[in-house]
Each structure stands twice: as structure tokens, then as C-alpha cells.
Design a binder for this molecule. Sequence first.
Ligand SMILES: [Zn+2]
Length: 93
Amino acid sequence: MAATATLTDPSLPALAALTGYALAVLLPAAVVWLLGYAIACALAPFGKCRRCQGEGKHAARLSLTARRTWCRRCDATGLRLRVGRRIWNHLRH
Ligand SMILES: [Zn+2]
């Protein structure tokens, strides 16, 4: 009986401490990341289009020749509005 009590008892505060430590580290990290992302969205609301790598056009998939077509995802601008900025715009309206 005494053995089980000594085995289980120290594990609970240790787990609580671990959870508290994880929260103490992860929460500020998440806040810092969010702040940094918000600033990045405010300074540079546009990111590179991932489909055409910011070129505005990409290789046609069904073409035998290596012809390049306009990127329809970004309307050939090569720029995409960041997700954070889109959320910000959505919240403002
Ligand atoms: Zn594009």
C-alpha cells in the first residue's frame, strides 16, 4: 500500500508542472508568433503566389510543349493576399 502511494503521488504534481511549463512556454510563444504574423500581414499584406512562385504564369499541365499560361489563381499578378490579412479584412467589414 505504501509503495503504490509513493509511486503515484509524485507523478501527479510532475504532470501538473509539465502542463504548466508547456503552457508557460507555448502560450507566450503563440502570442509572439501571432503578433509577428499580424505585423507581417500589416507590413506586407501580399505574399508570393504559391502556384506560380510569384511569376504570374506557370507551365501548362496538359500541354506537350512547355508553353506557359497565365496563372488564374493570382490573376497573373504573382501576388496572393495573406490569409491573416484576409481574416483582418473580413473582421473590419
Ligand atoms: Zn499565381
